[in-house]
Design a protein around this ligand. Structure first.
Ligand code: ATP
Length: 576
């Protein structure tokens, strides 16, 4: 079996040179200024994603020599950092807190890895773990990710670089993954991390929170130098500005009563750090010299960062530094839907789909099983209809199909459309993303009855420590094209550079634009092209859990979200 790396090796090439605009670092005013609810935007560091080799080089960034040499050998196709990567790595290595937003597939996560690998490791200390007598080095950085596949992707990049490092420390001392694993007890999972604390620990917030809640001393989180939160808008829930203030208040109450694991974990880490720093300053200790008496540097990033989340992070969370000039905000090319752009509203997506060469198609499945391009898929821009009253909302509970609509027929016809497109259009590998409540197993089974080589998308680590796609012999992908099937929850941030086609079944996340942007962003990475093909069902009645019947108009929902995302559906020429 060939490793997952082969997908990565087919990695994107940088775009042809484009001149980057000079960027200015900006600092956000310390949150101790005026009111806690006041949000100081400050100037943004807005730069272009395109590389400019003369100005920007990995060599100038001060990466650790061993890391630089190994990275060059492991990723020969990655020649120059983009201006944003340059700014980002520089800011991280200087110890600043960073809030980064740039399009999907522009190398944010990859740049974070290079920066973290180059960080200095703290001095060994006497651990609290029973039975551990010799001093151990601290965990330097913690990377928080929304799902296991992304954790293994980070791990895999590090593994590839580690392979070329000299002198070579052991891989577990460089990086380890900590995710929920039902096959092992928490203690069994923790043992290798406690025995050999890694330089970089990659984990999901829930798994780490489980540990902290059971035993706050089990992991030395009080000695972390840096915390990176990838896909921050997915991990931290905030309430958007709504016209209905009562609903907003209700949602805010819900979040404060039941904060998610990332909030709880960061609250734990940063409030403990503040307490320690306060105590140390009362005792007159020099906090700079004692790692356990400082707060960890915080780096957060995503391709989509709504204003309400940004406000929460910068003004209310209390996690970012209050030190003047120590917080760097970096924003990629401004999308036409950025709040700075004319007519933009809070409700409009603040992100764009990564590649410029991505085509967006929408196929509509009729009640009678016909498949056709969405009506407005022409050269002219699609006009999105107004939001309708009868569109189901999250509060209505899960949707149930009504008697008149044959959900099974719709599903099978949609899968038939995917199977047909896959057969004629996909040379090696494609991704099919399903709604969160769909059964991957059933879809994989149905697709195989249409002769599709379909598999669950699953990145795993094997016994030798290598990360790869489960059950995938990537050697055979070109001979036997493969369709990887996943749900929305497990595709965030995933990098499959060979991917040129993403199929989306239905309208994901009830029409949330950001979800579409992230799924679509699995293609078109680093300037490559790709196709995003949504297969939706004609308007039909659905029964909600509360017994109410509403109309679900998927064609209308998708047109509305595409308009917000700033993209136009074009005709998919394989169908009428
Ligand atoms: N400077 C570079 N030149 C060429 N390729 C690069 C460069 N930096 C990263 N890449 C490649 O680009 C791909 C995308 O990287 P990455 O997953 O870090 O993007 P991202 O911005 O984090 O995406 P997302 O927003 O979807 O999480 C990877 O395959 C990586 O190897």
């Amino acid at each position: 079996m060939r490793p997952f790396s082969l997908l990565v090796q087919a990695a994107a090439h940088p775009r042809p040179h484009a001149h980057g605009r000079a960027a200015t670092l900006c600092a956000v005013r310390p949150p101790c200024a005026p009111s806690i609810r006041t949000f100081h935007k400050g100037p943004r560091d807005t730069v272009t994603s395109h590389p400019h080799p003369d100005e920007f080089s990995f060599e100038r960034l001060g990466l650790r020599a061993a890391v630089l040499t190994a990275f060059r050998l492991a990723f020969p196709s990655v020649k120059h950092p983009t201006p944003i990567q340059h700014r980002f790595i520089d800011a991280v290595l200087k110890g600043n807190d960073v809030l980064l937003k740039d399009k999907t597939g522009t190398g944010k996560s990859f740049a974070a890895v290079l920066a973290l690998l180059s960080q200095k490791r703290g001095a060994p200390y006497k651990s609290d773990v029973p039975g551990l007598t010799a001093p151990v080095p601290p965990i330097t950085s913690l990377i928080l990710v929304p799902h296991r596949d992304l954790a293994y992707q980070f791990y895999h990049w590090i593994e590839r670089i580690h392979h070329h490092m000299t002198p070579q420390e052991s891989l577990p001392s460089l990086a380890q993954v900590f995710i929920r694993d039902s096959t092992m007890s928490m203690e069994q999972q923790l043992a290798p991390i406690q025995q050999t604390p890694p330089h970089i620990l990659i984990g999901t917030p829930q798994a780490l929170l489980d540990v902290v809640q059971k035993d706050p001393k089990a992991l030395p989180l009080d000695r972390l130098s840096t915390i990176v939160v990838d896909e921050v808008d997915y991990l931290i829930e905030t309430v958007p500005m709504l016209a209905d203030k009562r609903t907003m208040a209700k949602m805010e109450r819900k979040i404060s009563q039941h904060p998610g694991p990332t909030r709880l974990l960061l609250n734990h880490i940063y409030s403990s750090a503040s307490e320690r720093m306060e105590k140390a300053s009362h005792q007159g200790k020099n906090t700079k010299r004692e790692p356990e008496n400082t707060r960890p540097q915080l780096v957060m990033m995503s391709a989509t960062l709504r204003n309400h989340l940004r406000k929460f992070l910068l003004a209310d969370s209390g996690w970012f530094t209050k030190e003047s000039g120590k917080l760097v905000r970096i924003t990629g090319e401004v999308s036409p839907h950025d709040p700075k752009a004319p007519q933009a509203t809070e409700d409009v997506a603040e992100g764009t789909v990564g590649g410029t060469g991505i085509e967006h198609h929408v196929l509509v499945v009729s009640k009678h099983g016909d498949i056709m391009n969405i009506e407005s898929a022409v050269e002219s821009p699609a006009v999105a209809p107004e939001e309708s009253e009868d569109m189901p909302s999250d509060d209505d509970g899960a949707l149930l199909m009504s008697q008149e609509f044959d959900a099974d027929l719709a599903l099978l016809t949609s899968l038939e459309a995917v199977a047909a497109s896959f057969a004629i259009d996909v040379p090696s590998v494609a991704l099919l993303v399903l709604p969160s409540d769909a059964s991957i197993q059933r879809v994989v089974k149905e697709l195989s009855t249409y002769g599709v080589n379909a598999h669950t998308l699953d990145v795993v680590k094997d016994k030798s420590g290598r990360a790869h796609l489960m059950r995938q012999d990537l050697d055979t992908m070109a001979e036997k094209p493969t369709l990887l099937v996943a749900t929305l929850a497990s595709t965030r941030g995933l990098d499959l550079p060979g991917l040129q086609h993403v199929f989306i079944l239905g309208v994901l996340d009830n029409g949330a634009v950001d979800s579409y942007l992230h799924v679509a962003g699995r293609v078109g990475r680093f300037g490559r092209g790709g196709k995003v093909i949504s297969v939706v069902t004609e308007r039909h009645a659905v029964k909600l859990k509360n017994g109410k019947e509403v109309q679900r108009d998927e064609p209308k929902m998708i047109l509305s979200l595409l308009k917000k995302a700033g993209v136009k559906p074009t005709v998919y020429d394989k169908f009428d």
